[in-house]
Design a protein around this ligand. Sequence first.
Ligand code: COA
Ligand code: AMP
Length: 648
Amino acid sequence: MSTAPANATPSDYAAVYRRSLEDPEGFWLEAAAAIDWIEPPTRALDDTAAPLYRWFPDARMNTAANCLDRHVAAGHGARTAIIYDSAVLGSVEHISYAELTERVARFAGMLRARGVGPGDRVVIYLPMTPEAHVAMLACARIGAVHSVVFGGFAARELAVRIDDARPKAIVTSSGGIEPSRRVEYLPAVAEAVALAEHTVGTVVVKAREGFATSLQDVRAGVGSGTQWLDWDEAVAQAEPADPVPVAATDPLYILYTSGTTGTPKGVVRDHGGHAVALAWTMANIYDVGPGQTMFTASDVGWVVGHSYIVYAPLLVGATTVLYEGKPVGTPDAGAFWRVAAQHSVRSLFTAPTALRAIRKTDPEGALAHEHDLSGLKTLFAAGERLDPETQGWIGDLLGVPVVDNWWQTETGWPIGANPVGLTALPVKTGSCTAPSPGYAVQILDGSGQPVEAGTEGNIALRLPLPPGTLTTLWGDDQRYIDSYLSAFEGYYATGDSGLIDEDGYLFVMGRTDDVINVAGHRLSTGALEQALATHPAVAECAVIGLADPLKGQRASGYVVLKSGVTVDGEAGAAALLDELRAAVRSTVGAVADFKQVAVVDALPKTRSGKILRKTMRQMADGEEHTVPSTIEDRSVLDALEPVLRAGR
Ligand code: COA
Ligand code: AMP
């Protein structure tokens, strides 16, 4: 593995970066030495099916064995693998590598006994508890493909993912604990299983105290096609399973993410490339090694959670903090600082929106001063653009480097970051610093031509993408090609716009498509529109993302009613708006945080019928706006302007 020399300089980064592009074979084969292989790779890149690339085509390994067994075998079984810190329960549990290995092996044995084998899918719908690690690693151990669904998604979103992934089993629990309420998972899972066309063989349920719906309740209410099992009972009867060898190119997981349409995209990650890339990032970007502690305050349902709560820290024998709580309110805005101090955290990774929430509640950062944060070396932020004001505030407060890192569910690890583990480059506020090794980042204009330094354009990545990035979309190579590889010949289109300045610094400005980012959660306006359209009074609608000082963006909906629908006075109008909000909450989920919606007479469109969402957003945000010459009826936009401005 390439590790940072103690006295690395910017030119070392430049040399490493250059080598990664000029000699990807040598670079990634060298990085592959960080992984234990059953059959080691003799070559790195397989481009025979380009533009579908594969990494380490002749190698075999097991990801779970790399995360667990090898550390135990090396004598580190007593080292803490997971610190489960539940701010909502007020408890802390340390789980050693040896114990986690044992729990994973038993759960894997249980899944195997239920007929789950290599290549079979398992949907995981769990809160931030150690069962998430156990279930994910157990799948990896037996070569099954997990697909974790974030707990903030409603039954219908879960059902859509079940029908796409066609899992043999679902692993879930009684529910999650939000500061304001208990989120009951079992009714949602039962509804999703009933809604889905695909029949799920087994649902395994980890019982948690304090939830209204029990396994018995569900068993009584569902048909016989699916067996509902209690986690503890099922595991008690299971034989532990050994790790099975899989091809490095076999799928490890599917993670659904929002595209521009309402149908989520199943991003597929492989075993070998993923393990190699993540291990490389721990040393060279996140600066965390064996026995050191990383606290990633995300959720296992998102890619940041997959990579840096679960896989990467365990791959390198580090300790990962699994934090069940919020940045504020559990119990206060000092929660992250308490966790960082109590568990001697070296690298803390969170989303800018969480930092803004902390700042809003504790503007002077008084609560941070109550804790000894001398062990904290770096703060990492990702999930959305790190605004300069927040970056400055948190940097001054903590007195440590604040590293903005830009990536996507699709890439699995940063496309751009300050590689502080390798060499800390000088910071430019508003920039995520430099392209990571392996990523050939180009800014292209609309016709695919490279633009000059300092000019904003589409951020594209020259193919092949490095190891650890998506290999395809689940079951649909063509959709992968159409969605990402067709806009610019020879490139992966990120869907983000930005620029590279004269010094090679990368600035990411925002999406070029209809994907929005609410509190670090990626949402499709198409999915929100579909949800609004389920209301019987809605003829058509548009959802746009507006700038929000806390959450980065918030969704705002505009609805045209069917002719003949009448609304009875103010009370009737208010009731209708509540129903529309409820439609989104019950279809997409609470995570959409959909509150802003207005009834309008008409939506502005081009002559070919395309709704002018960008112009609407620019108007609503008070930005300079362009009105396309193809607009069908300018008066519709003029009439809408006061409504858009009122929503600001
Ligand atoms: N399961 C069920 N519901 C969830 C959930 C989960 N895992 N996560 C959030 N929700 C619900 C919340 O309870 C809330 O419901 P409500 O409308 O009944 O109150 C709704 O979804 C919106 O939640 P959230 O976006 O968390 O907003 P908030 O106002 O409660 O909190 C922040 C604001 C900034 C503190 C919070 O959004 C946050 O911590 N964001 C960081 C996100 C992050 O780390 N993303 C990972 C990217 S790397
Ligand atoms: P997700 O797939 O949920 O991780 O969301 C990926 C998208 O979030 C990216 O395409 C960006 O639009 C945005 N994003 C994530 N991290 C950053 C960042 N550091 N700076 C700017 N935008 C970001």
